[in-house]
Write a protein that binds this ligand. Sequence first.
Ligand code: GDP
Ligand code: ZN
Length: 360
Amino acid sequence: MTLADLGWNESFAQAFAPFAAEGCAPARVTLELKGYREVTGENGARLGECSGRFIHSAKAPADYPAIGDWVAITPQPGDDARVAIQAVLPRRTRFSRRAAGAEVLEQVVAANIDTVFLVSSLDGNHHLHRLERYLASAWASGAEPVAILNKADLSDDDLDSMRAAIADVAPQLPVFVVSARTRRGLKALGPYLQPGRTIAFLGSSGVGKSTLINRLMSARIQPTQEVRETDNKGRHTTTQRELLVTPGGTIIIDTPGMREIQPWAAAADLAAAFADVAAIAARCKFNDCQHTVEPGCAVHAALEAGELDPLRWESYVRLRRATAHEIRRVDRPAQQQHRSQMKKLTKDLRRRIGEKHGDE
Ligand code: GDP
Ligand code: ZN
């Protein structure tokens, strides 16, 4: 496998020049497991360990190499199977989640993904609000989002309403209707599946991501893309490869972490996805305007003047609510704050009712 097969290109080569001057070789992180990474370069796959110098200079979890990252490696003297990771090249795109721990820190789940397919299914079991959240993640990552409506063989009753709903949220988002089962519509994805391009799939469980990936791989299925690892109890466990190259040359990143991804930077996601709405909201009289009953609310003025599409405003509010909920779910301090706020509200309410009762 050449570096180009793994997605190497001119811009990575340029960023790599100073490391080449130091005698490093480039490699891509092709698998990430507890405690170690597999990196693949021109000489094949090696066990990559972050060098002492690297660990010393790393300031945050996000500085560590993630699947899809390009890294600068040096050989480990006397050990052909291992290499030392000296640096991570600047990421073209990155999907992140919150790192485990009390502090809110970013952890990179996957890097350098060019296109992300947001998969929904047409079997009446669609989750448009989830699509919105995945879309926000994609926008925040920098990868190009593409919507896939799968299972078109089952029914296309919902097709028009799905298309309209998607167009509401993201008028520019390309939408493809496919059936992974019958292969209908898959050819149209060709432009996104060029050799050396890195893609990933996001979507709820059951929408057909694995089936789609199998389809892309199936021209010549690689029978054993598996890695053996010894778990803590000394047993061997088998792990699926996380970075696959299709017979057509497309690179697929498929990790549990990507599949379960939730928006990380809710505020940043929203700002990017709804720049037009944000610009209007910035004109509100009060900085902390909730756009409900405040005087001087620019959002209300824009809605009344027909400058802001009410549907677009609704999507924004919905997405804001979804991300706020998601953040509370993963963010303990925010959760606690929410709980104490709710407690206070309940208390206030009780008091008011109590007063009312008292008055009567
Ligand atoms: P994932 O959880 O997103 O990876 O979904 P899977 O690929 O495991 O698919 C979930 C179920 O949907 C499986 O039973 C698949 O056979 C089925 N499925 C996937 N794609 C299609 C499709 O295009 N049409 C139909 N009818 N079923 C599909
Ligand atoms: Zn307002």
